[in-house]
Design a protein around this ligand. Structure first.
Ligand code: CP
Length: 317
């Protein structure tokens, strides 16, 4: 894994696979009651400009389980580029802690932090992407379907940060990704360019949700109105009518289909209550896997024995 994790674009398929293998390994060892304090004496600074349940808790519990400490910092308190320039925050934090996790509105803030920090910077969600979520998602898909290669993963809804990272994670894992979204919410030309040769083959856009869902191994969605888009809520509710994951869409998918949502969910909007609670739903395993994925990211970014733990994980896979 490269030093920072700002987007999945900076990972090779091998590095992504290593992260998955280490996540599986750490999850198994936790279940066996094996404690390894690989990050003893190390601290992660976590800056949140947006609310969080899963990301905050998974990083905080992950650091504790690895023997380290996590410090929560409210975005308003540090005032990135208002109270103080990011380049100064990055250099000060780098004198105090061994890792920085940042959840921010603007991806440019993540890039700026990584440019000036001398410790690893991990993107805990920006407007561009949510790489930590996508790692947990592929871990969950692999657990439930026994593979990732050749699967059809259909994201129904906004082509947002979660969809973008999931698409990249599918490319890295050999799965096919289909975005089912109205034309106005499809990936941008810049996104399409970033997928390179995968666009049109491994990654595609199908405007009709029912057509996209046919034969899907995974149906995935996220809220239609993300944090910071509240003013667009009424327009989005209209635009996404017909794009909810419900029994109608699930019936069109493959018999073994799994239903996923990064949470929090707006039941009755992008997903029905029955779909969240139904037999095909794996949303709470997905939420749990944020912890195991985060531990793998922290372990490979902040510990001194990345090669050893990858080899140990590979030897037991
Ligand atoms: N899925 C996700 O990122 O959850 P939180 O916003 O609660 O961290």
């Amino acid at each position: 894994m490269s030093r920072h994790l700002t987007t999945l674009d900076e990972l090779s398929a091998q590095e992504f696979s290593d992260l998955l293998a280490v996540a599986v390994y750490l999850k198994r060892r936790r279940a066996q009651g094996i404690v390894e304090h690989a990050l003893a004496g190390k601290t992660l600074a976590m800056i949140f400009e947006k609310p969080s349940l899963r990301t905050r808790l998974s990083f905080e519990v992950g650091m504790t389980e690895l023997g380290g400490t996590a410090t929560y910092i409210r975005g308003e308190e540090v005032g990135m580029n208002t109270r103080e320039p990011i380049k100064d925050i990055a250099r000060v934090l780098s004198r105090y802690v061994q890792g920085i996790m940042l959840r921010t509105f603007s991806h440019a803030n993540v890039v700026e932090m990584a440019r000036h920090a001398t410790v690893p910077v991990i993107n805990g969600l920006s407007d561009a992407c949510h790489p930590c979520q996508a790692l947990a998602d592929l871990l969950t898909i692999h657990e439930h379907l026994g593979e990732t290669r050749g699967l059809k993963v259909v994201f129904v809804g906004d082509g947002n940060n979660v969809a973008r990272s999931l698409a990249r994670a599918c490319v890295l894992s050999g799965a096919t990704f289909v975005l089912a979204a109205p034309a106005a919410y499809a990936f941008s030309a810049e996104d399409v360019a970033s997928f390179g040769p995968a666009w049109g083959s491994a990654v595609s856009h199908v405007p009709d949700a029912a057509a996209a869902a046919r034969g899907a191994d995974v149906l995935y969605t996220d809220v239609w109105t993300s944090m910071g888009q509240e003013a667009e809520r009424e327009t989005r509710l209209k635009d996404f009518r017909g794009y909810a994951i419900d029994q109608r869409l699930i019936a069109l998918a493959a018999p073994r289909v799994k239903v996923m949502h990064c949470l929090p969910a707006h039941r009755g909007e992008e997903i029905s209550d029955a779909a969240v609670e139904g037999a095909q739903s794996i949303v709470f395993d997905q939420a749990e896997n944020r912890l195991h994925a985060q531990k793998a990211i922290l372990r490979l970014a902040m510990a001194d024995d990345a090669e050893r733990v990858i080899a140990a994980a590979r030897a037991t896979t």
